[in-house]
Design a protein around this ligand. Sequence first.
Ligand SMILES: [Zn+2]
Length: 348
Amino acid sequence: MWPLSGRPRQGLLLSRAHHSAASVSITANDRRRSEAPKKRALPVQQQAKNDGRAAKKPRLTTVNSASSRSEQPSLPIVRLSNTSRFNCYSNTVVQLLRHLPHFNAALSNLPPSELCGVLQETMMGVHPDTTLLRQTVGGDFAIPQMHDAAEFLLHLLNALDSFDIEEQFAFVERPVQRCTQCEDHPVRDVQPIRELILHLHPSQYHQETFQTVVDRVQSAEVKDMPCSLPDGSTVQHQHSNHLEINFQPGQKYLIMQLNKFHLNRGEMVKRDMMVTKFSQSNQMMFGHRFRTIGAVEHLGHSPMIAHYVAWCRSDNGWFRYDDDKTPQQRARLPNGLKNIVTLVLEKF
Ligand SMILES: [Zn+2]
């Protein structure tokens, strides 16, 4: 098995975040998925009234919000409190995970563990918030302070320590280095790395299409590197470096982090970067087709002074989960992915 660079490494997402952002406007180039007639979902409150389970357990109401690709016939709405003011990032992650059917199927097949049990209970609304989950994940997350939602997601996936879960998210990054000066110089053998989160770095300076931002992940850069000649001497030659992204047969999801933070006067701040031509329902990337099924919205100016909100796709639109407030139904993600810092995509 390849080394998994996504193993617990707190601070990584934030430390990478200064690559940052561009500010621009919108062109939601989205095509609604054309499928069999969709069941019209009732407003959330009305669903709650109509549902028997809601009466027994006020925090848990049922709507038919599972996507048509989902294997779950219906998904209860679970509200998670943020009275501590430091749970919104972990609440957001739980809401995202609740809406991933393959993940939930694998989770229910895991051997019993404290973390698995607490996560499942939290997803079912047994606990009022994610404090116990944070404490069970441990490390810095046990402390009541703000963290990056994607960092917590990465840590949680790793802490579950399950190959079945890992393979749903893991893709392989293979750095390819080739000498541009040696005639028959082979491609340098660089070990592939399994990753759980793909980092995107939108331009800080100008408007870009989503495809341009994605293409940059694999674009080549030229670097001087040493080459060994047949006589045993070493010379510096220009090498082309690029990254190959390879998806695995068992992969179901792709988590993408849009790094919108940059260093300004020694402080990490957010740019109001926007991208154009992002298709939330049909996005071609790396030779595969994806649709977005979850997203993390970051409100605030910095990673540490922040409020996180989850966007989860349902049959006919999206639910925006802002802690224990009534989830709001929306037709689409914000234009230009404004304030969206993480995307969860499903492979077609
Ligand atoms: Zn060379």
